[in-house]
Design a protein around this ligand. Structure first.
Ligand SMILES: Cc1cc2nc3c(=O)[nH]c(=O)nc-3n(C[C@H](O)[C@H](O)[C@H](O)COP(=O)(O)OP(=O)(O)OC[C@H]3O[C@@H](n4cnc5c(N)ncnc54)[C@H](O)[C@@H]3O)c2cc1C
Length: 507
């Protein structure tokens, strides 16, 4: 087996992983930055809306208030204050490095003032990520097309990961690292209808869970309100610029649901659209009120044209789709997980910043700040890398087609949930056959199955409607806001089952 050594192993090259790698290297660490596809991969490159930086120190309380209002009682005020305070430091750092933000900050749903920074209009994510990659120093070794299959330990302590070169288990690469940072993004691919790219299969969360890390609030999945039939997203910023929602009778309806109308937080807009689709058959977004649409939002404009609609002439059919994971691997304010030497940042992590409903454009911000914080802590606390390898769980098991998982999730755990369909979905997902994986695609499917089971279990346990989690059988928000944690009691037991050729259940 090929063996590599690093001070810090970063899994995932989106905003959180790339920024973490940059920061760890700037603190003198030798870093391995791994991605299962290309360096420019993950959700970051598709982000359109921008980055929600507080405009100056006096804006922090208002940004915090907006974040907490959207998060419906589950936002951690202390962690969020720390993130918003550090945001200004990262903003200055990026400007010193030479990044250029567009001239005027924009307004988005749930924000009480315009504070969303764009880079080249609605291509903010792509330009941010390209900029970060351009600034990776030589002490960062980039490992592309390497699938992180499992975390490995030495003497009971986590020490890196096993990669499959080109996604092939026959080409294993062990990366021994003092500390590992998981930045593998979200889980949108467990749904049939999602804005997320194909990499978003929840691998890093599955790896961490199998290694014994605590996973928090994984049932809290945000559904973006305005998504085209091909999964293309129409940025919230379009509604900030005047776009309005119409129901099947071509009537505006949002003011009936919330006084902020089209600029209400995402959970309210998605639920309202869902209700109007049930009542009137369809919902449309009318972009004609947006001045200069084709120049301000070229990506949106072109993707609508590609679908055969002209947004300058007619309202466009839209619907909500799985978009962002608020829950994830539980971390403290420095990205440390419940497992020693294991850190998490970005969408794979649950810091408490997003609560039960992410405020628009707060995730790129969190990726930057927490990538930097996790790197700082990991470098300060890491032990030296060791040689011996102990496995930390199933590298993956083949199941049926990935679409089976997606259909189960779309049917049972989408915008509106209820106990009966959650139970049915859980039993269906549990009965999906599992065998030893022979490729990264099969391992991804096994990870998706595990994530689906966790989302369904968490959603069943959360007997209330809060933020993005809506249950028709529990329509009220319960008086006490609580987190739902899931953790393997005995990670070793999962490890022992990994060689079963069939019927192995990692849940
Ligand atoms: C269409 C769209 C628009 C969005 N718009 C905005 C916006 O305007 N503002 C905002 O703040 N947020 C936005 N978001 C959300 C935001 O983009 C994401 O939350 C954020 O980019 C996640 O960054 P990340 O670094 O955590 O993960 P990602 O950017 O998703 O990167 C994950 C990385 O992990 C790698 N990876 C995954 N599994 C493995 C594995 N097993 N082995 C090795 N590598 C692996 C992937 O290849 C990838 O490099 C948007 C999301 C989408 C999908």
């Amino acid at each position: 087996m090929e063996e590599l050594f690093a001070d810090i192993l970063v899994i995932g090259s989106g905003v959180a992983g790339s920024y973490a790698a940059m920061h760890a290297a700037s603190r003198g660490a030798e870093v391995s930055l791994v991605t299962k596809t290309k360096l420019l991969s993950g959700s970051t490159r598709w982000a359109q809306g921008g980055i929600a930086f507080p405009s100056d120190p006096s804006d922090i309380p208002s940004h915090l208030m907006d974040t907490m209002k959207a998060g419906r009682g589950l936002v951690d005020e202390r962690v969020s204050t720390a993130i918003l305070t550090d945001a200004l430091t990262e903003w200055k750092r990026l400007i010193e490095l030479g990044i250029t933000f567009d001239a005027h900050p924009a307004l988005e749903g749930g924000h009480s003032k315009p504070r969303i920074q764009h880079i080249h209009g609605d291509e903010s994510g792509l330009h941010l990520l390209t900029f970060l990659h351009h600034h990776l120093p030589p002490s960062v070794s980039i490992l592309e097309n390497q699938f992180a299959a499992e975390l490995i330990s030495c003497d009971g302590q986590l020490h890196g990961a096993l990669l499959w070169k080109n996604g092939d288990p026959a080409e294993p690469v062990a990366v021994h690292a003092g500390a590992t940072i998981i930045a593998t993004g979200g889980i949108g691919q467990i749904y049939s209808f999602t804005t997320n790219p194909e990499e978003a299969t929840g691998d890093g969360i599955a790896l961490a869970y199998r290694a014994g890390a605590k996973v928090r609030d994984i049932e809290l999945v945000q559904f973006h309100p305005t998504v085209l039939s091909n999964g293309g997203l129409i940025s919230e910023a379009c509604r900030g610029e005047g776009a309005v929602l119409l129901n099947g009778n071509r009537e505006r309806f949002m003011l009936r649901y919330d006084e902020a109308g089209e600029l209400a937080p995402r959970d309210i807009v998605s639920n309202s659209i869902y209700s109007e689709i049930i009542a009137t058959g369809k919902v449309f977004l009318d972009l004609r009120p947006v001045n200069n649409l084709e120049h301000k939002f070229p990506t949106v404009y072109n993707s609508i044209l590609n679908l055969g609609f002209n947004p300058l002439k007619e309202p466009i059919p839209i619907q909500p789709a799985a978009h962002f994971l608020m829950g994830g691997i539980a971390t403290d304010e420095y990205g440390a997980t419940s497992v020693a030497n294991l850190f998490a940042a970005g969408e794979a992590a649950s810091t408490g910043f997003h609560g039960a409903n992410r405020l628009a454009s707060n995730s790129l911000l969190e990726g930057l700040v927490m990538g930097s914080r996790a790197a700082e802590k990991a470098v300060a606390s890491m032990p030296a890398a060791k040689r011996k390898i102990e496995s930390n769980g199933v590298p993956g098991c083949a199941v049926q087609d990935q679409s089976v998982i997606r259909q189960i999730m779309e049917r049972s755990a989408s915008v509106m949930r209820d106990g009966k369909s959650l139970v049915n979905g859980f039993n269906e997902a549990l009965s999906v056959k599992v065998v030893q994986a022979t490729s990264a695609a099969e391992a991804e499917t096994a990870n998706m199955r595990l994530l689906a089971l966790m989302v369904l279990k968490g959603a069943l346990e959360r007997k209330e409607s809060r933020g993005s989690h809506s249950r028709s059988d529990y329509p009220q928000m319960s008086p006490d806001a609580r987190h739902i944690d899931q953790q393997v009691e005995n990670p070793g037991a999962i490890r022992d089952r990994r060689l079963e050729s069939s019927g192995a259940r990692d849940f």
